[in-house]
Design a binder for this molecule. Structure first.
Ligand SMILES: NC(=O)c1ccc[n+]([C@@H]2O[C@H](COP(=O)([O-])OP(=O)(O)OC[C@H]3O[C@@H](n4cnc5c(N)ncnc54)[C@H](OP(=O)(O)O)[C@@H]3O)[C@@H](O)[C@H]2O)c1
Length: 274
């Protein structure tokens, strides 16, 4: 548990509080579990009520949880979520901006509707959640944005997904510069491909295996727990001098030019243009 965050006054302020978006499935659910295991009280946001209620039931033996059902792209929901944290728990220690739109298409095939939707969910919403959270956060607090390796290095067919995830890195860095001196740290985790509802449809496709497994210099796939552990570390006292960083959680995919022996020896075909 974050020792700095245990110094509140009175029962309402005693235990630290996590606010997380996209909390009811995949990476967000694993993060909510990890923080609850460490004694955090949780404010969980997602669109559908029923998965949120299931999460609340799962976490209830471990901690207190308040749920808020709504789309993060609605401008008022960030303030509502922060208000909920303060009204129910009296404080806010960690914000994790995890909800994101996994829309994947090349630039030439992206219409304005998709462009706006992805920007709303994956960039404007995190910005608003940060803005609302900063108004109540105290020294020792921390913001973690969930980016992507595709925001670090771009990626074929990534389009607006790559652009907003790269934008989150800029947001994280400016937050770090602006609020670090007040003891509020900001960092980003950039997962590689993790098996969740967002990616499960691609998992068995040959092309997907090529760009994922065969280019990753590691002996297993990444898991939601890998991401949750890193997010918890960054928000804890053990990460207390880490500020403004973007950390790839991808087994070395984004920082090496690895190819498996199978890929290295495969027949070479000419490059196709987009
Ligand atoms: N999985 C990967 O390989 C991977 C890799 C790199 C980065 N990421 C990033 O990690 C984050 C989580 O991805 P995931 O794979 O865990 O996704 P997931 O399994 O599809 O879960 C998404 C979660 O976010 C909620 N959500 C989605 N859109 C929302 C919205 N507009 N407003 C509020 N809540 C919303 C979903 O619940 P509702 O549907 O009920 O709203 C669900 O709780 C995303 O930002 C994604 O870009 C994922």
């Amino acid at each position: 548990m974050n020792e700095q965050n245990e110094k509140g006054n009175g029962a309402l302020a005693a235990k630290p509080v996590l606010l997380i978006t996209g909390a009811s499935a995949g990476i967000g659910k694993a993060i909510a579990h990890r923080f609850a295991e460490e004694g955090y009280r949780i404010v969980a946001v997602a669109r559908r009520l029923e998965p949120l209620e299931r999460l609340a039931e799962e976490l209830s033996p471990l901690s207190e949880i308040a749920i808020l059902s709504g789309d993060v792209s609605q401008p008022e929901i960030a303030q509502q979520a922060v208000n909920l944290a303060i009204e129910r728990f009296g404080r806010l220690d960690t914000l994790v901006n995890n909800a994101g739109a996994g829309k994947w298409a090349p630039v030439h095939a992206t219409d304005d509707e998709t462009l706006n939707e992805v920007i709303e969910i994956s960039l404007k919403a995190p910005f608003r959640f940060c803005r609302a959270a900063l108004a109540v956060m105290k020294p020792g607090s921390s913001i973690i944005n969930v980016g992507s390796t595709f925001g670090l290095i771009g990626g074929l067919d990534g389009g607006i997904y790559c652009a907003v995830k790269a934008g989150l890195i800029g947001l994280t860095q400016t937050l770090a510069a602006q609020y670090g001196a007040q003891g509020i740290r900001s960092n980003l985790v950039a997962p590689g491909v993790i098996k969740t509802d967002m990616t499960k449809d691609y998992w068995e496709a040959d092309a997907f295996k090529r760009i994922n497994a065969e280019m990753t210099p590691f002996d297993r796939d990444g898991t939601v727990e890998d991401v949750a552990n890193a997010v918890y570390f960054l928000s804890s006292d053990q990460g207390s001098y880490i500020n403004g960083q973007s950390i790839a959680l991808d087994g070395g995919w984004a920082t090496t030019k690895y190819l498996s022996m199978e890929a290295l020896t495969a027949e070479r075909v000419p490059k196709a243009r987009a």
